[in-house]
Write a protein of this length. Structure first.
Length: 426
């Protein structure tokens, strides 16, 4: 079933279509009218994408978690860029006299800028298709540098909004369409301004200090944070945005919380997969100040049924550890927990997981080491279970969760009973 957020997003898009059909002014050639509609619809989707990037709690609840918000943020942005690419071909099919040269230049800036950011965002997946050397280079650029460039999105959207006001003959001929366009564009630009200028004063930020750093292997660092004042409250399975101080510090990065809510100290796990996280793994030390914002996310097994399968891959073990550490005498789910790693040395928290299995008989853990046991599949994880009655929770790298999602759907697990934490960075 679609979430409330998806339904509202669809209603906004459909409402725009209906308005453009109902309010078409006379004297507008069909090809050009369609092209201008594509352009305005692109601005609408871009504005929706900017609103989704605000991290507002109401939006997160409407979509069922910030990871789902991130998915739709990407979907709307990509669809908008596609519409922007086809917009000039149709809009230019009939010449417009005395068109604003400045307006045209702003349109070029918006199109080139947004197209470049879209290619940059999609570069990791395009790289597999052996695209150009430029795409392969963009794919190797760290997430942190991409995020800095991505913050220009709102400026390019503002350029697109002004472009439409200056050159679109349909908007000049129709007061209702122009009014709707101004509202949509204004909301998008306002959302961008809020995110860049004011969100830091609205979202609660908590001061912490790094109390300890443990490095169980060459890729993972467990970071323990002591609150400097009031500690952050969260539910098991949620994540936070965390920024560490230092010469190159205060870069915000999402981390799932591994500790239980009852613990005063926060624990997060850092996997060295990019420039920033690699530096954290190698250089982070006790005494470093940190700022935590949140919590976010709705990854919670308590919303599922009696019989469940949990699958953790790599660093995706983190939210499950928060669940496990929160077990008490009221834990009543029948859970088969699979912790999948490539090599035995990659596995962490094994003693705690084993102890939880001893203390709670309905929690049955399995550690699957790929180079010893072969790859875990949906068929193996679901063996012996009633597929119509099971709920599945997954967290790990995107290729892993996609493979399991497709596998469980293939063997008959209803999509409504599949839950996964979106692990993609962009």
């Amino acid at each position: 079933m679609p979430s409330l957020g998806v339904a509202l997003l669809g209603a906004v898009v459909l409402g725009s279509v209906v308005l453009w059909v109902a309010a078409r002014p006379g004297g507008q050639p069909g090809g050009r009218y369609l092209g201008e509609f594509f352009g305005v619809e692109a601005v609408l989707l871009l504005s929706c994408s900017l609103v989704l990037a605000t991290l507002l709690r109401g939006i997160e609840r409407a979509f069922g978690g910030l990871d789902r918000v991130a998915q739709w943020h990407r979907h709307t942005a990509v669809a908008a860029v596609i519409l922007m690419v086809v917009h000039p071909a149709f809009a230019g099919s009939t010449p417009v006299p005395d068109v604003s040269a400045a307006g045209l230049r702003l349109g070029d800036v918006a199109l080139i800028g947004l197209l470049a950011l879209a290619v940059w965002a999609l570069a990791p997946s395009l790289r597999a298709a052996k695209w150009s050397r430029l795409v392969r280079h963009l794919a190797r650029i760290s997430h942190e540098r991409w995020l800095t460039g991505h913050r220009l999105t709102g400026l390019f959207v503002a350029a697109a909004v002004v472009h439409g006001l200056l050159v679109d003959p349909v908007l000049k001929a129709s007061a209702p369409l122009k009014a709707a366009y101004l509202v949509v564009g204004g909301i998008g630009v306002a959302a961008y301004a809020y995110r860049e200028l004011f969100a830091r004063f609205v979202v609660p930020v908590y001061d912490y200090t790094v109390a300890d750093v443990q490095r169980p292997n060459e890729m993972t660092a467990d970071v323990f944070l002591q609150p400097a004042g009031r500690p952050l409250s969260f539910e098991p399975g949620q994540f936070i945005f965390l920024a560490f101080g230092g010469a190159d510090g205060w870069q915000r990065h999402p981390f799932s919380v591994a500790s239980a809510p009852a613990e005063r100290r926060l624990e997060v796990s850092v996997k060295a997969v990019g420039d920033y996280t690699r530096d954290l793994h190698d250089k982070l030390k006790p005494g470093t100040p940190a700022k935590a914002a949140g919590p976010f996310g709705g990854f919670d097994y308590r919303g599922g049924g009696q019989h469940q399968i949990w699958i953790a891959g790599g660093i995706g073990i983190t939210p499950f550890m928060s669940w496990i550490r929160s077990f008490d005498d009221s834990f009543d789910r029948d859970v088969a927990f699979f912790y999948s790693v490539a090599h035995e040395s990659d596995a962490v928290y094994l003693d705690e997981i084993e102890q939880a299995g001893k203390e709670h008989p309905t929690f049955v853990p399995h550690v699957v080491v790929a180079d010893r046991d072969g790859f875990l599949t949906a068929e193996k994880a679901a063996a012996g279970r009633n597929l119509a009655d099971v709920w599945v929770y997954m967290c790990g790298p995107p290729p892993m969760t996609k493979a399991f999602r497709d596998g469980f759907l293939r063997i008959g697990v209803p999509r409504s009973r599949l839950r996964w934490e979106e692990f993609a960075a962009r």
